[in-house]
Each structure stands twice: as structure tokens, then as C-alpha cells.
Design a protein around this ligand. Structure first.
Ligand code: MLT
Length: 215
């Protein structure tokens, strides 16, 4: 059955919100990749976390007309000042949305550019998220800021054939987050930058073990 969904342009981010249809699931903050929008990851969210509330903003930066969550100078080379500013904007939006929709802290589920800003949010505003699933993520900062992640659960899923994210870079992200105290599981699949059925199974199984966090 289709659930009631809302699309809003009245807040700082155009976004979709789908309320929970069952108990016991942490809400998901869905963060799309370059060229995506607020509708992109809704089917993925419904598949990997049936019944969970879904909050899905559209990135506010445009690159040749394609939405992103922050500016880059070249592929894999980020405008870190813009990334910092956009990360705080997105974190503020999530905090407002939690009040508006009555949500506990969400688990971020980000793909590519969306995974990269989720990683930045873990490092800059760890209180906003209860955990994160980072699909094809890179290290967002050349010199990551010190963060206290207090055992936040993080799943990183990389592709060994990914032409955009070098294996060493994803391994560095895992080490940075683990060094900041997160409980990190880093899995590498024999695939490229795009998502595969194996990603979906991994994410679904990992999320099934993550109930709504205590407030
Ligand atoms: C990024 O810019 O965040 C990464 O290069 C991934 C991408 O969006 O292509």
C-alpha cells in the first residue's frame, strides 16, 4: 500500500518525508549521489528498511544542472570550505526535521556524493546521526577534524572495481571513523561504483540489527 508522503519546499531543503509504517526501525536520512534528487533513494530505503520513516533531501549545489550536496573542484577533489558549510546546513535541516516530524536521530544512508557528506556530518556534527551506511564513500577531508563518535555504528560498502573511489581512500575513511570511536564494518564487493543486489542484501541485514536508538 502506498504510504502518505510529503514534499516540501518551505524548509531549507526540498525534501520528501515518508512516515514510519511500523515500530522498531530507526528513521533513515537518504542522501543521493550526483545528479540525483529527493526521490532517488526512496525505493532503496523502502527495500532495506521496510516500515522505517524516510527523510530524503535534495542537495542544494548544482554542477552543470546536476544536484549535489557540496561543490567539488574535480572528480574526487572537494571544495572543503563549501563542504563544511553545506554539512552544517544539512545537519541544521535534519535537526529541524526531527522536531517537525517527531523523529529520533536517523541513520544516514548515502550513496557516492551523499555518502561523502554523511561521512562529513559524522565528523563535524556527530550528534545529528545515530549511525550511517556509506555506499561508495570517500574520505571527505584531507585532514579530518577530531571527532567523538562514541560507538556509532557505521557500515561502509566499497567496490573493488570502483573507478571513482580508490580502495586506499575508502580504507582511510574507515580508519578515520574507527579512530574517532565509531564501530565500523567495512565491506568490499567485487563491483564498480554502481550499486548491486549484494549491496542491498548487506545493507538490509545490517539495518535489521539496528533498532530505534534510545533518546
Ligand atoms: C563526489 O564528488 O562526492 C564524489 O566524487 C562522488 C561523486 O559524486 O561522483
Amino acid at each position: 500500500m502506498a504510504r502518505p508522503a510529503s514534499t516540501s519546499t518551505s524548509e531549507t531543503f526540498i525534501h520528501r518525508f515518508e512516515p514510519a509504517t511500523g515500530p522498531g526501525r530507526a528513521p533513515l536520512l537518504l542522501l543521493h549521489g550526483t545528479g540525483g534528487d529527493e526521490t532517488d533513494l526512496l525505493p532503496l530505503g523502502r527495500t532495506v528498511a521496510p516500515g522505517a520513516a524516510l527523510l530524503s533531501p535534495r542537495g542544494r549545489t548544482l554542477e552543470a544542472g546536476m544536484p549535489r550536496f557540496f561543490r567539488r573542484l574535480a572528480e574526487g577533489v572537494f571544495d572543503e570550505d563549501d563542504l563544511r558549510r553545506r554539512t552544517h546546513e544539512l545537519a541544521d535541516f535534519v535537526e529541524e526535521a526531527r522536531v517537525q516530524y517527531g523523529l529520533p536521530a536517523p541513520i544516514a544512508l548515502g550513496f557516492s556524493n551523499g555518502a561523502n557528506i554523511a561521512a562529513a556530518m559524522l565528523l563535524l556534527r556527530p550528534e545529528v546521526l545515530s549511525g550511517a551506511v556509506l555506499l561508495r564513500a570517500m574520505t571527505p577531508f584531507l585532514k579530518p577534524p577530531a571527532a567523538a563518535l562514541a560507538a556509532r555504528p557505521v557500515l561502509i560498502v566499497s567496490g573493488s572495481l570502483d573507478p571513482i573511489v580508490p580502495e586506499e581512500n575508502a580504507a582511510r575513511l574507515a580508519a578515520t571513523l574507527a579512530g574517532a570511536g565509531a564501530t565500523v564494518e567495512h565491506r568490499t564487493l567485487p563491483t564498480g561504483h554502481g550499486l548491486s543486489q549484494a549491496d542491498l542484501r548487506l545493507v538490509r541485514d545490517w539495518l535489521a540489527e539496528r533498532p530505534v536508538p534510545a533518546e
